[in-house]
Design a protein around this ligand. Structure first.
Ligand SMILES: NC(=O)c1ccc[n+]([C@@H]2O[C@H](COP(=O)([O-])OP(=O)(O)OC[C@H]3O[C@@H](n4cnc5c(N)ncnc54)[C@H](O)[C@@H]3O)[C@@H](O)[C@H]2O)c1
Length: 458
């Protein structure tokens, strides 16, 4: 069983964290940043275990966690397999103590806690207090409530900037310097003019040496780590990534999702997972090369018959495209392409990512539902297939985060965090570049149509 280095939080916390520059957490241990760690940059896929095969982390002392947001990502819903609280319960076992739940929707927060307290995980939640804001919690916090991890699942419009009220990362750095963070994707959803603010936050996080993981959980799929392993073991250079993300629009009933003034549009809000995976294999993108086209709601081919919300209530200029198809060059010279479709009905999404290198095709199919990896190797036409039953990337991302916080020494195989805040900002930047490129082309073609119409009527 792995043992752990003692944490600075194992000893009593002197003084208050509020209003101080330095921190009780300023020790070298807590300052190890995920990006500069000596840990493995990828994970041996055989070490990614489903929850029922993984045992809770060793130790007996309480592990304080602070949750920000009481919504679906934190406590689950019918929409999908996400539910961070459930994974924390399994990873930390009886050590888990959720010190507070921050959400302006007090009733919702109280209701989810009530439900937890009716189950066998009661000990993690029976003393959880609910606050509208982080500041309220800090004002009312005692020493024993200091968290070791802050998990942020509030909507992205309230984060990723340096502006008051939309700067939760900076607040966490201020109130809890050195305490690890987990932030949901995307990094933000404000206007593109604010992207630089997200990078400012990335720099503040990295300069402070704070451990920070962003919720691009597909990086933790066993299939994805097997693709990485093949690339690393064979010293391959990626030539191209080809990604396709087709959502099942009939199942999407959140009106905000259909309004790009609210959700920033489907590429930024949802396609982001596949833009991120593309970058995970292709590397940094030369943003000047991003080009894209869209099929829009007002074009004949863009008509959808089964939208479950009232789209006419959304101003025309804010309605989302049905198809967005983009290409770009990576800085390595490789080429990336991505197509997002709002076209399918039913429930399951249809998503695929192909990665090409000399002699190799690595094709990841259905990563959300039942991942299958098809591999074609050099000198061969045969396509092998690998299935990964019971894989749980949501558990793996939480598990790696906790292992990094606990700093398990005996386990050199423990991976570093696979998605840093800076990396997430680059993905955010790519998705905005795709949206803007497609909107430029749409504006151009509307202009041309207008000119042609004017010419005919003359
Ligand atoms: N990785 C994934 O696959 C995945 C899946 C679902 C959601 N998400 C992400 O999780 C985030 C939240 O999504 P969700 O589905 O849980 O949304 P949700 O609407 O179900 O819940 C959001 C909660 O945050 C609360 N909230 C609003 N403002 C807040 C603030 N300033 N501080 C604290 N809480 C606040 C709301 O009251 C609500 O309870 C989004 O960024 C989304 O993209 C990721």
């Amino acid at each position: 069983m792995a043992s752990r280095r003692p944490s600075v939080l194992d000893s009593p916390v002197p003084g208050t964290l509020l209003g101080r520059r330095g921190s009780v957490l300023d020790s070298p241990i807590s300052r190890r940043q995920s990006g500069t760690s000596s840990r493995r940059p990828s994970i041996d896929p055989s070490r990614l275990l489903p929850m029922d095969k993984a045992s809770a982390i060793a130790g007996t002392n309480d592990f304080n966690v602070l949750f920000i947001g009481a919504g679906n990502i934190m406590f689950g819903s019918d929409e999908g397999p996400w539910n961070h609280s459930f994974r924390f319960e399994h990873k930390l076992g009886p050590r888990l103590k959720v010190v507070a739940l921050i959400d302006p929707a007090i009733d919702r927060a109280t209701a989810v806690l009530q439900k937890k307290c009716e189950t066998f995980v009661r000990s993690a939640y029976e003393n959880t207090r609910v606050f509208r804001t982080l500041e309220d919690f800090v004002k009312n916090m005692s020493r024993k409530d200091v968290p070791r991890a802050v998990i942020v699942g509030s909507p992205p419009m309230f984060r990723g900037t340096v502006q008051t009220g939309r700067d939760i990362e900076l607040q966490i750095l201020k109130f809890f310097p050195g305490v690890a963070m987990f932030i949901e994707k995307p990094a933000a959803t404000g206007p593109s003019s604010e992207i630089e603010e997200a990078f400012t936050i990335a720099k503040r996080i990295s300069d402070s040496g704070t451990l920070c993981s962003v919720g691009y959980m597909l990086r933790y799929l066993r299939a994805v780590q097997m693709m990485k392993q093949i690339i690393n073991d064979n010293n391959l250079t990626v030539m191209a990534t080809v990604a396709r993300y087709a959502c099942a629009y009939e199942a999407i009933a959140k009106p905000d999702w259909w309004d790009k003034s609210k959700s920033a549009g489907p590429v930024i809000e949802q396609g982001t997972h596949f833009c991120d995976l593309s970058r995970y294999f292709g590397g940094d993108v030369d943003m000047t090369t991003v080009s894209a086209h869209s099929l829009d709601w007002d074009e004949n081919a863009g008509h959808l018959s089964k939208i479950v919300i009232d789209e006419t209530a959304i101003p025309p200029e804010n309605r989302i495209p049905r198809v967005t198809a983009a290409t770009w060059k990576y800085e390595s010279g490789a080429v990336g392409s991505f197509t997002h479709l709002v076209a399918l009905q039913g429930h399951d999404y249809s998503c695929e990512l192909e990665v090409y290198a000399d002699g190799y095709q690595l094709k990841l199919v259905n990563p959300y539902v039942q991942p299958v990896l098809f591999i074609r190797r050099p000198g061969n036409d045969h396509e092998e297939s690998h299935r990964f039953p019971d894989d749980d990337p949501f558990f793996s991302e939480i598990s790696v985060l906790i292992d990094n916080i606990e700093d398990i020494e005996e386990d050199p195989e423990t991976a570093q965090i696979l998605s840093t805040f800076e990396d997430a900002c680059k993905t955010y930047q790519l998705t905005w570049a795709i949206r803007e490129a497609s909107e430029r082309n749409r504006a151009r073609s509307l202009e041309l149509k207008k000119e042609a119409g004017a010419a005919i009527s003359e």
